[in-house]
Design a protein around this ligand. Structure first.
Ligand code: ATP
Ligand code: FE2
Length: 327
C-alpha cells in the first residue's frame, strides 16, 4: 500500500483574500477562497476582518471536504505582515483548528510564502526576486540563511500607489487591473516623477504627479505613463541586484506580477543580460492559501513549529527576520 504523503493545511487572510489550501509533498490537494472586494473606497482593515470572520468557517469546511483523503500533519497560517484585525481573525481560527486536529501550528511570513510558492511552481533554485503587491515592493535574494532585502519602497507599495491613483481617477478598488486595461489605449508618454535612491524606490511622488497630470492629459495617457515610470524603477533596481549578486534568474511574485506590461519589461531586461525570467501563474502571484500551506510544509520539515502561547500575530513582520531552515 502506498504511504500517505505528509500534508499541511494553510490559511491566508492578511488583507483581501481569505483563502485556504491543503498541500502535500507533490501537489496542491485542495483549495477554497472568499475574496473581499469593497464596493466603495479602499480596503478597510476592520471591514475586511469582519468579512473573514463571517466566511472562515465555510472556507475551512470546503477545503477539508475537498481534501478529505489527506492526512493533515500541521496547520499553517499567515502570521504577518498584514492588517492586525485580519491577522487576528485568521490566527484564532488556525489555533482552534490545530488544537482540534491535535497537530502542530506554524506561523508563516506572508512575503516568504509569495517567494516560496514561486520557486516551487517555476522550479527555480536561487533567483533574484521582485516581490510587488499592494503593501509591499521589494527586491530580495537568498544568502546565508536569510532572504536579504536589496531594495524596497521608501513609502507605499506599488499596488497601493496604483489603487490610490485608480480611486482618484474613478475606478473601483483594486485599480491595478483597470489601469492596465486603460493604458492599452494610450497615445502619448508623459514624463512623471521617477525616484530611485540607491537601491530603493518611492511611489508617493509619482502618485501625486499622476493625479495632477489628469488636469491636462487623457486618462489613458496618464495610466500608461504611470505604469511605464513605476515599472522602469522596479526593473532598474532588479537589474542592479542581478549584476551585484551574479545570479542568473529572476522570479516575479505578488499581486502586481499579474501585469503583462511589467512581465514584458522584465523579460526584455533578462534577454539583454542572458538571464532567465520566471513568473508563476497569476493565481499564485496574488494572495492564496497554497503559498501558506506549501511554506508551512517546508517549515514543518525543518522543525519550525510554534507553541500556541507564542503565536501572537506580527503586523510588521519583515521577510529578512525569518531564519530559512529549509535551504
Ligand atoms: P501583500 O500583503 O503581499 O502586500 P496584498 O494584500 O497587496 O499582499 P496581493 O494579492 O499580493 O495582495 O496584491 C494585490 C495588489 O495587486 C493590488 O494592489 C492590485 O491592484 C494589484 N494588481 C492585481 N492585478 C494587477 C494588474 N494586472 N496590474 C497591476 N496591479 C495589479
Ligand atoms: Fe500578498
Amino acid at each position: 500500500m502506498r504511504r500517505k504523503s505528509k500534508s499541511v493545511l494553510g490559511i491566508e487572510g492578511t488583507a483581501w483574500n481569505l483563502s485556504a489550501a491543503i498541500v502535500d509533498q507533490s501537489r496542491i490537494v485542495a483549495s477554497a477562497e472568499s475574496p473581499y472586494h469593497p464596493t466603495y473606497g479602499g480596503l478597510h482593515p476592520r471591514a475586511a476582518a469582519q468579512h473573514h470572520a463571517s466566511q472562515i468557517e465555510r472556507v475551512i469546511r470546503d477545503v477539508l471536504a475537498e481534501g478529505e483523503r489527506a492526512e493533515i500533519s500541521a496547520v499553517a497560517f499567515s502570521i504577518g505582515p498584514g492588517f492586525g484585525p485580519c491577522l487576528r481573525t485568521v490566527a484564532t481560527a488556525a489555533r482552534a483548528l490545530s488544537l482540534s486536529l491535535n497537530v502542530p501550528l506554524i506561523g508563516v511570513n506572508h512575503c516568504i510564502a509569495h517567494i516560496e510558492i514561486g520557486r516551487w511552481l517555476c522550479n527555480v533554485k536561487d533567483p533574484v526576486i521582485l516581490y510587488v503587491s499592494g503593501a509591499n515592493s521589494q527586491v530580495l535574494s537568498y544568502r546565508d540563511g536569510k532572504y536579504r532585502i536589496f531594495g524596497e519602497t521608501l513609502d507605499i507599495g506599488i499596488g497601493n500607489a496604483l489603487d490610490k491613483f485608480g480611486r482618484y481617477a474613478g475606478f473601483q478598488h483594486p485599480g491595478g487591473p483597470k489601469i492596465e486595461e486603460t493604458a492599452k489605449n494610450a497615445k502619448h508618454y508623459i514624463p512623471l516623477t521617477y525616484v530611485v535612491k540607491g537601491m530603493d524606490f518611492s511611489f508617493s511622488g509619482l502618485t501625486t504627479a499622476a493625479k495632477d497630470a489628469l488636469a491636462h492629459a487623457s486618462l489613458e495617457d496618464v495610466c500608461y505613463s504611470f505604469q511605464e515610470t513605476a515599472f522602469a524603477m522596479l526593473v532598474e533596481v532588479t537589474e542592479r541586484a542581478l549584476a551585484h549578486t551574479g545570479k542568473e534568474d529572476i522570479l516575479l511574485t505578488g499581486g502586481v506580477g499579474a501585469n503583462t506590461r511589467l512581465k514584458e519589461m522584465l523579460n526584455t531586461m533578462c534577454q539583454d543580460r542572458d538571464a532567465k525570467f520566471f513568473a508563476p501563474d497569476k493565481e499564485f502571484m496574488k494572495d492564496n492559501g497554497a503559498m501558506i500551506a506549501y511554506t508551512g510544509l517546508l517549515m514543518l520539515e525543518s522543525g519550525a513549529t510554534l507553541p500556541v502561547e507564542n503565536s501572537a500575530v506580527r503586523p510588521n513582520y519583515r521577510p529578512d527576520e525569518v531564519e530559512i531552515g529549509w535551504r
